[in-house]
Every structure is written in C-alpha cells, then in structure tokens.
Design a protein around this ligand. Structure first.
Ligand SMILES: [Fe+2]
Ligand SMILES: [Fe+2]
Length: 152
C-alpha cells in the first residue's frame, strides 16, 4: 500500500499522540494511590503502546491484524477502593488523575474521528475505527472506576 504525503503526515501525528498517551498512563500508573487504579492505568498504557505499534506498521505500508474481541469496557468490573473512612486526600488525587485521563481520551478519540476520512484505504479506516473504539473504551473503564468509588 502506498500512502500519500497527507496520509503519512496524519499517521505520524496520531502516532506521536499515542506515544504521549503511553507516557501519560505509565506516569499515572506510577502515581495513583490505589493499586486497582494503578493496574487499570498499566493496562491502558499497554493498549496505547499497541496503537503506537500498529500505526508504525501502517506507516510501513502494512495493515496490522487486530482482534475483534468483545468490549474491554464491558468486561471491566472494578471494585470500590475508597469509602468514607479512606484518605480523602488520596481519593481526590486519584479522582483528578481519572478526570484528566477521560478528558484526554475524548480529545484523542475526536482526532481519530477527524483523520479517518482522509484515508483512501478501507483497511486503514477500519483500523483507525478500531483504535478509536478502544479510546472510547478507555474512557468508559475509567468512568466505571470513578462511579464505583463515588468520585464526582
Ligand atoms: Fe491509543
Ligand atoms: Fe486511550
């Protein structure tokens, strides 16, 4: 597959964004107070690394295969880590990491939505659509975590 200059540029920008996402979640996995949230952020960091690698394949003219597995968000059932006796400072800290991450996922998801239409290849559009769905699932998982922990 031969990419146009415009397509190459768009892919490189998306890939750069995935690198930042990867670093964001790695940092947050090391910063979160609750270990359940640490695990969630580590898991998402791995997804972002996979996105980075898949975009790298496309830049080489290949279409990486991806699984059509069931929604990760549906399978995610977090347990409550915070209750009224917990440290409220820790809870506020983790709530902020969650809110910040959800905001970021919204932006990234929007970028995939915008860029998707620039690609001539149906296969590339399908892949970008798959990645976009995973970004939405990331936000959904973090939202579930917030809800179970009564984080506003
Ligand atoms: Fe991603
Ligand atoms: Fe994401």
């Amino acid at each position: 597959m031969i990419l146009t200059e415009k397509e190459t540029l768009a892919l490189k920008e998306l890939q750069q964004q995935e690198k930042v996402c990867m670093e964001h979640y790695t940092l947050y996995a090391n910063t979160a107070k609750d270990c359940g949230l640490r695990d969630l952020f580590s898991q998402i960091a791995q997804d972002e690394q996979e996105h980075y690698q898949m975009l790298g394949e496309v830049l080489k003219g290949k279409i990486p295969s991806f699984s059509h597995a069931a929604s990760k968000a549906d399978a995610y059932h977090p347990k409550a880590a915070y209750d009224p006796t917990s440290s409220q400072t820790d809870k506020q800290h983790d709530a902020l990491l969650c809110a910040d991450s959800i905001g970021n996922e919204k932006l990234v998801s929007g970028d995939y939505n915008t860029n998707l239409f620039q690609f001539a290849s149906n296969d590339v559009r399908k892949l970008l659509n798959h990645i976009q769905t995973e970004e939405q699932e990331h936000a959904e998982m973090i939202y579930k975590y917030k809800q179970i922990n009564n984080m506003a």
